[in-house]
Design a protein around this ligand. Structure first.
Ligand code: G1P
Length: 286
């Protein structure tokens, strides 16, 4: 089982980061010196993905521009001999084969993923949610691909989360197969406390077999009146093998202010120039 394609849904309204996201796609908000979506694309590429489909909607044109060449800017940078900046500007356009499709209606994550049907065709594919930025040694998508290949199964990235977080995310019914890998039997989106299976929740990464598309076509709207990917996975895991990978990485939910700041601090503290300055600055702040 080879996973060559990835889908990045980027069609959300970004309501948790308003007013900044009124006119800027939330995926373009910078974490240090790169937009959030670049970290997601980097993870996919580092996991061996060759083709990436970004699902956008109205007002997300800045994402397309970012992954394109910028001839005027590049000529100017070259002319001023700012070669490392020039390389950093060219790089996003060269990272992978990036495709775009618009989700024409806001009908939920399941519907957004369904928009990738033609792009994906008949092979397993990865899904990376743009809000979830992972910091760890081995790319989380690669951790999932390895487990999916080993068990010839679909795979979801999961971690143990607090009671409050389960209600915001989803809850998995699982049984351990080996260190960090579980067989998945069921899942429920945003459960009330009495309905949860466990405190394991899916966090932003999936490797899914293409059978999901016909399932999503027949999945009625669920939580919030939207077609939920989780509801589709619930059906899929009952008809074909699915594993949950308790991935080894720190996950930041950059869709909210605190998660966004955490990710910024995490990258800043490791940055060769910014890191030492930040440590000193924080000390002085008290
Ligand atoms: C989405 C998924 C949910 C998942 C969560 C975190 O929810 O629907 O199952 O647990 O992402 O990755 P959202 O954050 O879009 O409400």
């Amino acid at each position: 089982m080879k996973v060559r394609k990835a889908v990045i849904p980027a069609a959300g309204l970004g309501t948790r980061m308003l007013p900044a996201t009124k006119s800027i796609p939330k995926e373009m908000l910078p974490i240090l010196d790169k937009p959030a979506i670049q970290y997601i694309v980097e993870e996919a590429v580092a996991s061996g993905i060759e083709d990436i489909l970004i699902i956008t909607n109205r007002g997300k044109g800045a994402i397309e521009d970012y992954f394109d060449y910028a001839p005027e800017l590049e000529v100017s940078l070259k002319h001023s001999n700012k070669m490392s900046t020039y390389e950093s500007v060219r790089h996003p356009a060269q990272m992978a084969n990036i495709f775009f499709v618009r989700q024409k209606e806001t009908k939920g994550l399941g519907h957004a993923v369904w928009c990738a049907k033609r792009f994906v065709g008949d092979e397993p594919f990865a899904v990376l949610l743009g809000d979830d930025i992972m910091v760890g040694e081995k790319p989380v998508t690669k951790q999932l691909i390895d487990a999916a290949e080993k068990y010839n199964a679909s795979a979801v990235g999961a971690q143990w989360v607090s009671d409050d977080a389960v209600e915001k995310y989803c809850s998995l019914k699982i049984e351990q197969l080996e260190d960090r890998i579980y067989r998945m039997f069921d899942v429920i989106e945003k459960p009330s406390p009495e309905k949860k299976f466990s405190n394991y929740a899916i966090l932003g990464r999936y490797v899914i077999k293409p059978e999901i598309f016909s399932i999503l076509e027949n999945t009625p709207p669920g939580h919030g009146g939207e077609i939920q990917l989780t509801d589709g996975l619930r059906t899929l895991c009952k008809q074909s093998d699915m594993v949950a990978v308790d991935f080894d990485a720190k996950r930041h939910d950059t869709g909210n202010l605190i998660g966004f700041m955490e990710a910024t601090m995490d990258f800043a503290i490791k940055h060769p120039e910014v890191g030492p300055w930040l440590r000193e600055y924080v000390k002085k702040m008290k």
